[in-house]
Write a protein that binds this ligand. Structure first.
Ligand code: NDP
Ligand code: OXD
Length: 308
C-alpha cells in the first residue's frame, strides 16, 4: 500500500516527514526511488510517469499535488485509476492573497506610480472609490469563490462566471457561454481562475478583450494557454486593456526574449500565486485514502467528462 511522491523533491522531503508522523503504516517513497512498483497503490504527482498503468501496475489513485490537473494526460490514465485534484486550505489562502494584491495594485494605480517613479515624477492621481471598480472572476470554483468573498469586503462590485448556475451572496453570477458578453461588459478588472480544458484553451483572445470596457485590466492566475498572447499584447498597445498581471504564461518559464518581460503594462510572476502546503495536503490525501478504504467518494475526484 505504498504512496509514491513524484513532484518537487524538496517539498517531497516535507511530505515524507508528515507521512512518517501521521501515517507510519503507509510506506512513503520519493520518485525515482520507486522500490517495488507493484506495491505502489497511490501516486501524488505534479506530472505522473508517461504510462502510469504500465509503470505502476497496481496503481489505484493519482493525487494531483496541485489544484489543476491539466498537466496530466488523462488519455494515458485508464478509467480504473481515480484522479483526485488538491483541495486544501493553503492553496486557497495563497490565491486569495495574490489576487487581492493584484486587484488592489490595479485599483490604486500602482502601475502608473511605478512608471512615474522611474521618471522621478511626484504626481497624485485621484483615488477612485472601490464601489466604482467592477471586478469579474472567470471561474466560480474553490478559488474563484474564495477570492470573490474577500474582494467583496473592499466594496468592489463583484461578479463571477461559471459553466453551471451559482448563487453567491453579494456576487452577481453569470453562467454559460451565452452570459459571457454581459459579464465582460460590466467588468473593469478581469481575473481568470478557470481550469485549462478544451473549452477554455485560447478563450482570452481579441474578441473577449474587445467585450470588456475600454481601459479594463486583466489578471491571469489560471493557465497560460488560456490566453492568446499576441491578442493580449495588441489589446494593451491599443489601450483596450490598461494593465495585465500574469502569474501564468505559455510556455513556462517565459523565454527571455518574450515581449511580456519588458512591457510597461505587464507584471509577471513565475507561477507562484499559490502553492499546496505539504502539511495540510498530507492530511487531505490521508483522509481520501481512508475514505476510499471505507468505500466513500474521495473529495476532489475529477470528472473526466468535464476535464476538471
Ligand atoms: P474548480 O474546479 O473548483 O473551479 C473551476 C471553475 O471554473 C468552476 O466554477 C467551473 O464551472 C468553471 N469552469 C470550468 N470550465 C468552464 C467553462 N468552459 N466555462 C465557464 N466556466 C467554466 O477549480 P479551482 O477553483 O480549484 O482552480 C481553478 C484553476 O486555478 C486551476 O484549474 C488552475 O488552473 C488554477 N490554479 C492556479 C494556481 C497558480 O498558482 N497560478 C494555483 C492553483 C490553481 P462550474 O462551477 O459550473 O463547474
Ligand atoms: C495548481 C498550481 O494547480 O499551482 O495548484 O497551479
Amino acid at each position: 500500500m505504498t504512496l509514491l511522491y513524484k513532484a518537487d523533491p524538496e517539498r517531497g522531503k516535507l511530505w515524507a516527514q508528515h507521512f512518517a508522523q501521521k501515517a507510519p503504516e503507509i510506506p512513503f517513497r520519493l520518485w525515482p526511488d520507486v522500490g517495488d512498483p507493484a506495491a505502489v497503490r497511490y501516486l501524488a504527482a505534479w506530472q505522473p510517469p508517461d504510462d502510469p498503468a504500465r509503470t505502476l501496475p497496481n496503481l489505484e489513485v493519482i493525487f494531483s499535488v496541485g489544484a489543476g490537473i491539466d498537466q496530466f494526460d488523462l488519455s494515458r490514465v485508464p478509467p480504473h485509476i481515480a484522479v483526485v485534484r488538491m483541495i486544501e486550505p493553503g492553496i486557497v489562502e495563497g490565491m486569495v492573497e495574490y489576487v487581492t494584491q493584484a486587484v488592489l495594485t490595479i485599483h490604486r494605480d500602482l502601475f502608473d506610480y511605478a512608471l512615474q517613479q522611474r521618471q522621478r515624477v511626484w504626481r497624485e492621481m485621484p483615488v477612485r472609490a472601490a464601489s466604482t471598480r467592477r471586478v469579474g472572476v472567470l471561474g466560480l470554483g474553490m478559488l474563484g469563490t474564495a477570492v470573490l468573498e474577500r474582494l467583496r469586503v473592499f466594496g468592489f462590485p463583484c461578479a463571477g462566471w461559471s459553466r453551471s448556475e451559482h448563487r453567491l451572496e453579494g456576487v452577481e453570477c453569470f453562467a454559460g457561454v451565452e452570459a459571457l458578453d454581459a459579464f465582460l461588459a460590466r467588468t473593469d478588472v478581469l481575473v481568470c481562475l478557470l481550469p485549462l480544458t478544451d473549452a477554455t484553451r485560447g478563450l482570452l483572445d481579441k474578441r473577449l478583450f474587445g467585450k470588456l470596457p475600454k481601459g479594463a485590466s486583466f489578471v491571469n492566475v489560471g493557465r497560460g494557454p488560456q490566453v492568446n498572447q499576441q491578442d493580449l499584447l495588441d489589446a494593451l498597445d491599443s489601450g483596450q486593456l490598461q494593465n495585465a498581471i500574469l502569474d501564468v504564461t505559455d510556455p513556462e518559464p517565459l523565454p527571455e526574449s518574450h515581449p511580456f518581460w519588458t512591457h510597461p503594462r505587464v507584471r509577471i510572476t513565475p507561477h507562484i500565486a499559490s502553492a499546496t502546503r505539504p502539511e495540510s495536503a498530507v492530511d487531505v490525501v490521508l483522509e481520501n485514502i481512508r475514505r476510499r478504504r471505507d468505500g466513500l467518494p474521495m473529495v476532489g475526484e475529477v470528472d473526466r467528462s468535464r476535464g476538471y
